[in-house]
Design a protein around this ligand. Structure first.
Ligand code: NAP
Length: 291
């Protein structure tokens, strides 16, 4: 059996079209959705991510503001910019591109962003709200994964879901979303004993490890839904320089029922959900203004 490929580019294009329509309606009502992006330093990967986010905003009719700081900037200067953006009613979302240089206390920076402009969903209050099943901004990558499962009609309630990885950005919020949706969830990490015994039980397997082709075909239950969050650049072998996921895609697609490719799977959905969160924030601001 060959798995159905869950194409993140196709789904993204559709969802971004809906987001653009919502943004246009808000703009016509006098609320132009606006995302402010803060980039510190010259990390090439971060620069690419920021460029892609800004370009995606432009295409969806979301205004974007970019604030670039040199690597050795004083942390206070960036905190002052965040404080000003917090107070600016024209700004609906604030994103600080991670990682930050060592002079920053990353957690303090994330806490400095106003909860109702925290479109990355990393503020402790949004994390807490998510864990309580309350309305919150949901971190974009796991939010995108849930959107993919929903679009494919994957039954989550009652499913055995296994998440490999427990980061604050992907693994933990992913597990929380699956729990909220009624799955029975196992979260694995680098210390997990007999990882394959867990993964082979999974109806839904999410890999967020950061290790190329780590999940092998024999770790997957036949017919499972396999979501590959990993983005790794291969450094050697015939595919050196190419991107690949955390799943051994070529072999895994012969076992899985549905699988996401890398590139072109979860990646595009991450940016899409950032746009969705920004427009949602603008909609809430518009509603508050009209009350
Ligand atoms: P991370 O912070 O490095 O976390 C990796 C997790 O994998 C950790 O919890 C780690 O366990 C676990 N792990 C490592 N080796 C393992 C092993 N042998 N067995 C089981 N678990 C193991 O990475 P991240 O930020 O979550 O990102 C994960 C991947 O997703 C990366 O490739 C990243 O580039 C990608 N990513 C993609 C998107 C997207 O838009 N598609 C967005 C964000 C991240 P410990 O906690 O025990 O160390």
């Amino acid at each position: 059996m060959t798995a159905r490929i869950l194409d993140g580019n196709v789904l993204s294009a559709r969802v971004r079209g809906e987001i653009a329509e919502r943004a246009a309606v808000l703009a016509a009502e006098g609320v132009q959705p606006c995302l402010a992006v803060v980039l510190v330093g010259d990390d090439p990967a971060s620069a690419v991510y920021v460029r892609n986010k800004v370009a995606a905003c432009d295409k969806a009719g979301i205004r974007s503001l970019r604030y670039d700081f040199p690597r050795d900037v004083a942390a206070d200067e960036v905190m002052a910019r965040i404080a000003a953006l917090n107070e600016d009613p024209a700004v609906h979302g604030i994103l600080v591109q991670l990682p930050l240089p060592p002079q920053f206390d990353e957690a303090a920076v994330l806490e400095a962003i106003r909860v109702d402009k925290d479109v990355d969903g990393f503020h402790a209050e949004n994390v807490g709200r998510l864990s309580q099943g309350q309305q919150a901004f949901i971190p974009c990558t796991p939010h995108g994964v849930m959107k993919m499962l929903e679009a494919e009609g994957v039954p989550v309630q009652g499913a055995e879901a296994v998440v490999i990885g427990r980061s604050n950005i992907v693994g933990k919020p992913m597990a929380m979303l699956l729990i909220n949706a009624g799955a029975t969830v196992t979260v694995c990490n680098s210390k997990t004993r007999n990882l394959a015994a867990h993964t082979r039980r999974a109806d839904i397997l999410v890999a967020a490890v950061g290790r190329p082709r780590f999940v092998k075909a024999d770790m997957i239950k036949p017919g499972a839904v396999v979501i590959d969050v990993g983005i790794n650049r291969l450094t050697d072998g015939p595919d050196a320089g190419k991107l690949c996921g955390d799943v051994d895609f070529a072999a895994a697609k012969e076992v899985a029922g549905i699988i996401t490719p890398v590139p072109g799977g979860v990646g595009p959905m991450t940016i899409t959900m950032l746009l969705a969160n920004t427009v949602e924030s603008a909609a809430r601001a518009a509603q508050a203004r009209s009350q």
